[in-house]
Structure formats: structure tokens, C-alpha cells
Write a protein that binds this ligand. Structure first.
Ligand code: SF4
Ligand code: SF4
Length: 323
């Protein structure tokens, strides 16, 4: 199989140490084999969940980028029809009566909802805009659409994706961009855009959260793969909301990979069985936890702040509402 030049270069830097294999979440559940993929067997990417654990241990190259390329190529994926029609990788939700964010025209920052939110949980946009306003960061809506992180874009060259991101970011005019999804922030930053996941801004003015009426819940936190090293900020924000945070092993929700996703989600649920609710920092995790049969109720971190404010207007959209 032929590889694109930039991918071949990343593969050529692999020294075959096998550390990626040792930590691979999917491989330990009978899924992909990143070592074989780096050696040229792209078919071995089957079952990769894009968790990025391989990147955290590799000192020589960027295995996750090769893996996502391999998944795209092996499955013959290309940019979706939805993206061509709407600018988002997934079709928009048809949910009705979703509360509308109170965006402020001319604000110093914009809020990027991202494809998952627009498609599966549009009410998280309201929750996140409200939480940002609370901590003194009103926003305008980012209308640039998708960040190109998703697998169907991985058949494009890095230059092509970079051009799409820069064009999407033109209306920002150099302003700050807050994102609900880690993937969006990472992708936009790679193209020189000043983007960050909302947890950083929320934590910056955490005293304003402490002044809220609060919500008494026992919660477990899953930051999502992209914010693993920010668990302490999630914990402090949840505690500022009035919650007791119980320890839970961090790990990938499993995305939508057959069989592996179910096993991973069962492990996650077991490790959090004593919690009233699971608090997440990733919209993809949010969707998976909300859809898991018999699972715990889930809240995106900004919904927890909304509850601490006394606003329950998003929880009615969940499959299981927190009490
Ligand atoms: S991708 Fe990195 S961690 Fe994996 S075998 Fe190659 S050099 Fe080692
Ligand atoms: S992204 Fe995750 S599942 Fe995919 S190869 Fe890396 S560690 Fe394994």
C-alpha cells in the first residue's frame, strides 16, 4: 500500500521500541496494533479508538497521526456530504426547544461548538456559553464549522487541513477561541489559532463558581483523552460547584468501535458505580455515556456549573437526567 509522503516520514522515524503497543487501549482489548501499523501494515489500525496513549509514550514520532490516517485510508473514508453541505462533519441535530445561548456581539472571544455538540447535544452550547459568561468571559458564536480533526479528513494533506482551518478562523480576527472539545482546541492551535478548551478559562475564575448556590452530588470525573493532565482543574471546578468528587480510573470511553467500546464503557461504569453522576470534559464521551444502557447520568462540566447556578434547562434533554 502507498503512503503519503508526510505519513511515510513519520513511519520512518519509528524505531520499533514497542512502547506504543504496551499502552495501547485498543490492543489490550484485542483491537489495533500500532507497532504493525508503523511498520507499514495499515490494516492493523482496525479498532484504533484515537485515544492518543501511543503519542504520550513515543519519543521519536507521532503514531496517532499515522493511525488516524490508516483508519481513514483502510476504510476508504473521505470528507462527508454533511461537511460539504453544512461545514460540520456530522448532520445537525433536529432536537427542538433547545435553550439558546446569550451570545454577545463584539465579544473578545468566540465559542466553538464543534461537530459532536451541533449534531448530538446542541444544548451543551447553551450550558457552555452561560458558564463562560459567569466567569466573566462572554462570547460570540464561532461560525467556522469543523476543525478537521475527525477521521474522514485524514485523507487530506496537512497543508489542505491547515488551509481549511485558517479559512474557518478568519472571522475570529485574532480573538480567543474557546472550545467544548479538546480535539477542536488541539487542531486549531496546530494552525496557529489561539484556542483552548473551556476548562482553562473556567478554572481561571473559579472563585465566581464558588459563590454560586451550588449542587450537592457525588460525582466521578472523566476528562476525556485530550484533557487527561487537567484532571485537577476539573476536580477543583466540581468541588467549587459543591460536589464531592470520588476517585475513578481515567480512560477512553471507547468512541464507537464495535465490541471494544462496550468493554471499555463497562470498565468505566464499574469504576464509577458509587457516583451519582459522571462529569466529562469531552462531547464525544458525553454522547457515549449518555447513550450507554443502564449507565450513570452524565453531565458535561459546564452543565454542572449550570446546575450549581440553579438552571436545570439542559438535563431534560439527557436520556437519564441527574436528580
Ligand atoms: S511509534 Fe514510537 S513508541 Fe511506537 S514503536 Fe515506533 S518509536 Fe516506539
Ligand atoms: S490512538 Fe489509542 S487506540 Fe489508537 S493506536 Fe494509539 S493508543 Fe492505540
Amino acid at each position: 500500500m502507498e503512503f503519503r509522503d508526510d505519513i511515510a516520514e513519520l513511519m520512518s522515524k519509528c524505531v520499533g521500541c514497542g512502547r506504543c503497543l504496551e499502552v495501547c487501549t485498543s490492543h489490550s482489548h484485542g483491537g489495533c496494533n500500532p507497532l504493525e501499523v508503523m511498520g507499514g501494515k495499515l490494516e492493523s489500525a482496525k479498532g484504533c479508538i484515537g485515544c492518543g496513549m501511543c503519542n504520550t509514550v513515543c519519543e521519536f514520532t507521532v503514531p496517532k497521526r499515522v493511525m488516524l490516517y490508516a483508519v481513514c485510508k483502510v476504510n476508504g473514508m473521505s470528507v462527508t456530504q454533511a461537511y460539504r453541505e453544512t461545514g460540520y462533519n456530522l448532520p445537525p441535530s433536529d432536537m427542538e426547544d433547545v435553550p439558546a445561548p446569550h451570545y454577545m456581539m463584539g465579544a473578545d472571544a468566540q465559542l466553538m461548538p464543534g461537530c459532536l455538540v451541533v449534531s448530538q447535544a446542541p444544548y451543551l452550547e447553551y450550558a457552555t456559553e452561560r458558564a463562560l459568561s459567569l466567569v466573566g468571559a462572554p462570547t460570540e458564536r464561532f461560525e467556522g464549522g469543523c476543525c478537521t480533526y475527525a477521521v474522514p479528513f485524514r485523507g487530506l494533506t496537512e497543508e489542505e487541513r491547515d488551509a481549511l482551518k485558517r479559512k474557518a478562523a478568519e472571522p475570529l480576527k485574532g480573538r480567543k477561541l474557546y472550545t467544548i472539545c479538546s480535539g477542536c482546541a488541539d487542531e486549531m492551535c496546530l494552525s496557529g489559532i489561539d484556542a483552548e478548551h473551556v476548562i482553562h478559562r473556567l478554572h481561571q475564575d473559579i472563585d465566581r463558581i464558588r459563590e454560586l448556590p451550588g449542587i450537592r452530588l457525588r460525582v466521578a470525573i472523566q476528562t476525556g483523552c485530550g484533557q487527561r493532565d487537567q484532571l485537577w482543574k476539573f476536580r477543583e471546578v466540581a468541588e467549587a460547584c459543591g460536589c464531592e468528587v470520588i476517585d475513578a480510573e481515567q480512560g477512553c470511553c471507547g468512541k464507537l468501535v464495535p465490541r471494544i467500546s462496550g468493554e471499555l464503557m463497562a470498565e468505566r461504569q464499574e469504576s464509577m458505580k458509587d457516583a451519582d453522576a459522571i462529569v466529562v470534559g469531552c462531547p464525544s464521551c458525553f454522547a457515549r455515556y449518555d447513550q450507554y444502557p443502564e449507565g450513570k447520568p452524565v453531565l458535561y462540566i459546564t452543565e454542572l456549573i449550570l446546575l450549581a447556578m440553579g438552571d436545570r434547562s439542559t438535563v431534560g434533554f439527557h436520556r437519564r437526567a441527574v436528580q
